[in-house]
Design a protein around this ligand. Structure first.
Ligand SMILES: NC(=O)C1=CN([C@@H]2O[C@H](COP(=O)(O)OP(=O)(O)OC[C@H]3O[C@@H](n4cnc5c(N)ncnc54)[C@H](O)[C@@H]3O)[C@@H](O)[C@H]2O)C=CC1
Ligand SMILES: CC(=O)C(=O)O
Length: 372
């Protein structure tokens, strides 16, 4: 199979979809990998390293896109929709529920769109989302701590405090991978940490992991409102796979938060869980203030730590890419239930129910389309 790796074009998206090690694995399996010139540079991978591993370097995005399968990191931007063509296999993060235009463009061009974030194992875990959620979770507490500093616009709180002064209060809504990793760093920074989740079993697991270093709370509007009134930093970390994020924090509740407190809405890639995270921000201009609360809503947080993130991401994506390249997407998906769940669009239809519901589009069962 011919596999293209375009350079990412989103603001400060410094990751790349393959490392030289991934190129070598695919080349040794008999496939040809076309890497756009300089695609890996921000992750410290040079054209020469890719060539030594067996890649062909191409000078233009058009050449990288004009292959059987394209591997990317982030969802295509409108200027990339022109590269879509029938039966192109697109393997990348897509987050289609908040992206009606992208969804329509994929359907129109009959792209086989396999979303990293909906590949799901039988234990419900999301193997291609997990490493980036680990990165974003850990970053969320670091970033929140920075923006709490007065010169950055925050209320001037040191999360660890010092003896004789109250610790900073961090509330994390959603106790999955992002939430757990955010908690690890917030505890390390010395904050007073509360995790709110809807799943009682998950709250028990978190209690077992962190013991008395955290408080756990059931997710309901009353608990959220009470905690946020006194929080210095609130991290949004909820996910319903494939679906638009539920708006769990109303504008009225945000208004009650302390002046200069900080929201880091990691779930912004699925639309965000705060009524007030109504826009996506960028690494260039990461925050805005609303009701005196600083909002951070960057949808590609791991792009800021590309060396760690590119290696972490490709560690998990390459084995699936090898299956797709070796067997073709149909057989690979029929052989692997987890990968099958990754198909979001096929033959001009939406094949992921939560995405079809988000856009009021016709839904087709992927199995019916695969056997025809
Ligand atoms: N902005 C960025 O750069 C990045 C964003 N993300 C996003 O972060 C979000 C979280 O991802 P993960 O932690 O991997 O998901 P996860 O599936 O591991 O965890 C989600 C948690 O939310 C909980 N939950 C569901 N409904 C809830 C409710 N009503 N109230 C409270 N908790 C609820 C679930 O029980 C689960 O524990 C996703 O939207 C993901 O795409 C991930 C990586 C990077
Ligand atoms: C998960 C995701 O969208 C990211 O890592 O950018």
């Amino acid at each position: 199979m011919r596999i293209g790796i375009p350079k990412e074009i989103k603001n400060n998206e410094n990751r790349v979809a393959i490392t030289p090690a991934g190129v070598m694995t695919l080349s040794q399996a008999g496939h040809t990998v076309y890497v756009e010139s300089m695609a890996g540079l921000e992750s410290s991978f040079t054209n020469e390293q890719y060539e030594e591993a067996g890649a062909l370097i191409v000078q233009t995005a058009t050449e990288a896109w004009n292959q059987d399968m394209v591997m990317k990191v982030k969802e295509p931007l409108p200027e990339e929709y022109t590269y879509f063509h029938e039966d192109l296999i697109l393997f990348t993060y897509l987050h289609l529920a908040p992206e009606p235009e992208l969804t329509k463009a994929l359907i129109k061009s009959k792209v086989v769109a396999i979303a990293y974030e909906t590949v799901q194992l039988s234990n419900n875990s999301l193997p291609l989302l997990t490493p980036m959620s680990e990165v974003a979770g850990r970053m969320a507490s670091q970033i929140g701590a920075q923006f709490l500093e007065k010169p950055k616009g925050g209320r001037g709180i040191l999360l660890s405090a010092i003896p004789g002064v109250n610790r900073g209060k961090v509330t994390i809504i959603g106790g999955g991978v992002v939430g757990t990793n955010a908690a690890k760093i917030a505890i390390g920074l010395g904050a007073n940490v509360t995790i709110i989740d809807l799943n009682p079993e998950r709250l028990r697991e978190l209690d077992d992991i962190f013991g008395s270093s955290i408080n756990t709370l059931m997710s309901n509007p009353l608990n959220i409102a009470r905690e946020l009134r006194e929080s210095d930093l609130v991290i949004g970390a909820v996910l319903i796979p494939g679906a638009k994020a539920p708006k769990l924090v109303s504008e009225e509740v945000v208004k009650t938060m302390p002046e200069g407190s900080v929201i880091v809405d990691v779930a912004i890639d699925q639309g965000g869980i705060f009524e007030t995270t109504d826009r996506i921000t960028t690494h260039d201009n990461p925050t805005y203030s609303k009701h005196g609360v600083l909002h951070y809503a960057v949808a590609n947080m791991p792009g800021a730590v590309p060396r760690t993130s590119t290696i972490g991401l490709t560690n998990v994506t390459i084995p699936y890419a090898v299956q797709i390249a070796n067997k073709g997407y149909k057989q690979a998906c029929m052989d692997d239930e987890a990968l099958l769940k990754g198909i979001n669009t096929l033959n001009g239809y939406v094949t992921y129910k939560a995405v079809a519901e988000a856009h009021n589009l016709d839904y087709r069962n992927v199995n019916d389309l695969l056997i025809n």
